[in-house]
Design a binder for this molecule. Structure first.
Ligand code: COA
Ligand code: ZN
Length: 310
């Protein structure tokens, strides 16, 4: 097992993108800066996608302009095409993440083009990013199964990862868009990539749609994977995938890792405060559990609870 892992916060992108009511730009900035204060090393703060497709993230550049860049947190953004790369470079992101899906149907639904067309566009994205000196990573959605097509062959994931490597990308993320990953699939996919594309570090991005997100993290840890993506309060979901729900929750993940003696550099109390704040902003209860229960050694006063008498 790794002794230290990188936890990437994706809530401001994966989470906010499905919120119907526009979250004011200043509110987004305040929440993300709270995550910075908690010591989160990398934050996917928004996407440079079509504002018609995802109106919530129309303010990506304005959000970045308000973020605290004094503490060394890296700010990454999702980009689907060259136009997105130009906008991201102009805004001054630290890292670009291109994305496509391993399955044709989801790629079509999500970015209105074939997988091959997405990959062709990434060549131009790389040119833009290289000119601006911005590192690029590639994210593969539906990497563990597709809500429209079902099983996604591991070879398809491997073929895309090789193309990422050949294009000069720095890492590959496996996205479990609708929570179809299981521990054996995690082991199979990580081993396949390590065998065929050993140059690319792997990031795992699980959704907790079927309740086994952290179990999948355990499978990843046992395989030695060192990068995990999660959303504070358990926000998240893709608007262009049927039945998508929240990511694994960042505080719950950090809590588990710390209890296992694995370092993240994140302050759990401050992270929980940010999670409670986003609950307040959205005005509804969110799935995160540790922000509600507190750490395991949180003690309650005995007189808070009635004594059971017969
Ligand atoms: N940022 C802003 N605007 C963009 C854009 C980008 N990255 N890419 C395209 N556009 C604009 C074009 O300028 C054009 O605008 P116009 O009609 O005013 O001239 C319009 O969008 C259509 O462009 P086109 O290239 O034909 O795109 P499309 O309609 O085929 O849509 C995507 C393709 C990729 C832009 C769109 O599907 C998208 O943004 N998807 C993202 C979905 C997402 O974020 N999912 C969740 C993450 S997993
Ligand atoms: Zn996701």
């Amino acid at each position: 097992m790794p002794r230290k892992v990188t936890v990437t916060e994706v809530g401001p992108r994966d989470g906010f993108q499905i919120e119907r009511d526009f979250i004011p730009t200043d509110t987004k900035i305040g929440l993300i800066n709270q995550l910075v204060d908690a010591g989160v090393p990398i934050i996917e703060f928004s996407s440079f996608v079509s504002p018609r497709a995802v109106p919530q993230l129309v303010d990506a550049a304005e959000v970045l302009a308000g973020l605290d860049r004094s503490k060394g947190t890296k700010f990454a953004a999702l980009v689907p095409n060259p136009k997105g790369a130009e906008r991201a470079a102009a805004a001054g992101v630290d890292e670009i993440r291109v994305f496509l899906s391993a399955s044709e149907t989801h790629n079509q639904k999500n970015v209105n083009r074939s997988v091959e067309e997405s990959l062709a566009g990434f060549e131009e994205v790389m040119r833009v990013a290289n000119d601006a000196g911005i590192p690029v990573e590639g994210a593969i959605a539906t990497a563990f199964g597709c809500p429209f097509e079902g099983e996604v062959p591991v070879e398809q994931v491997g073929v895309i990862a090789r193309r990422f490597r050949d294009l000069g990308m720095r890492g590959v993320g496996l996205g479990d868009t609708t929570g179809m990953a299981t521990p054996p699939l995690v082991v199979e996919r990580c081993r396949h990539l390590r065998e065929h594309v050993p140059e690319l570090p792997i990031a795992l991005h699980f959704h907790n749609t079927r309740g086994i997100g952290l179990v999948n993290v355990m499978a990843g840890l046992a395989e030695g994977i060192e990068i995990y993506e999660a959303s504070f309060a358990g926000l998240g979901g893709c608007p262009f995938a049927a039945g998508a729900t929240g990511n694994i929750c960042t505080e719950d993940l950090v809590y588990m890792l710390h209890e296992m003696g694995i370092e993240t550099g994140i302050d759990l109390d401050q992270l929980c405060a940010a999670a409670r704040h986003v609950e307040e902003v959205l005005g509804r209860s969110l799935p995160g559990q540790v922000m509600k229960a507190g750490p395991r050694l949180r003690r309650h006063r005995a007189d808070e609870v009635e004594t059971a008498t017969g």
